[in-house]
Ligand binder design. Sequence first.
Ligand SMILES: [Zn+2]
Length: 349
Amino acid sequence: MRSSFNRIGKILALILCIAVTAVPISALPVCRADAAEPVVVVIDPGHGGSNLGTDYLPIPEKTYIMVVAMYMKEQLEKYQNVEVYLTHTKDVDMSLKERAEFASSVNADFLFSLHFNMSLSHSLYGSEVWVPSTGQLYSQGYSAANEFLTQFEEMGLFNRGIKTRIGSSGKSDYYGIIRESSLRDIPAVIVEHCHVDNINDTPYIQSPDRLKEFGVRDAEAVARYFGLISKDGRTDYSDYAPLAVPVPSSRVCDDTTPPTYVTADLIKYDQTGKYATVELTAVDEESAIQYYSYSYDGGLTWSALQPWAKGSPTVTVSVSMGYGRKDTLIFKAYNLYDRSTESNVVKLK
Ligand SMILES: [Zn+2]
């Protein structure tokens, strides 16, 4: 295992230089490591073989995630009372059903499917975790997801939230690995570490050491979630309490509509300094607002996405107007599911 780390590490070192809606309702279903049986963790490197995953960069997603998965396993095995499996260790094709069947065959307590993300617009950045949409699986998934996102936020990544996604029938989860695991009563989450196609996130994948940090953070999240104690006794999470997530009484659905409305009010226009101070208000009943962007040209072109202050309906932003004929501003606010709504036009003159 070691030698393959080093080999992949060297290959990467050579090439890399280029480049919710929580529903209220009963009980904390977290499985703790103090049970007699060891905790069984299945790590799923989310692609392999002809399934490259994101191939925006010269190195495909499958390569990154195998490196992270191996570091995660190595780190997790430093803890007592845990059995750690990878769904596959070779670069092979494996269906989502086969991955879930493997997890079931080893009596997995949890499956963690590891991924890196990209967006068609290349504008999104940050980390997110997809969780099962029903019952105890939702609660377990949400609680574990919270641990992962806490780790990634500590690394400096933007937190894009914990999400469910329902298939078009409305009766099952959209993502196959979650759906197939749910059928076998195994909690499974999809961990999207960061976006490989956005300049905010690319520093996090630029060296084997940065990838190792993801693996170590992933293991830390799992150790905290299960309350593990390290073999050397130096790390003890047995008293750590992960987020208690009530079991929802019905399916927790994704937000399929954009924010209801967005308003922009000019507070001040500094003609000398050429900047506009604007108060933005965005309302979305179903999910949180997480980014905004602005346009000087009536919506033809848009700025990079800016983080929206979490949980706040209103933010005050300052936009540099620069020089030239810029006398209007329009804003867009984006919700948890990246659906956006445009504001009114702000006239500066
Ligand atoms: Zn992927």
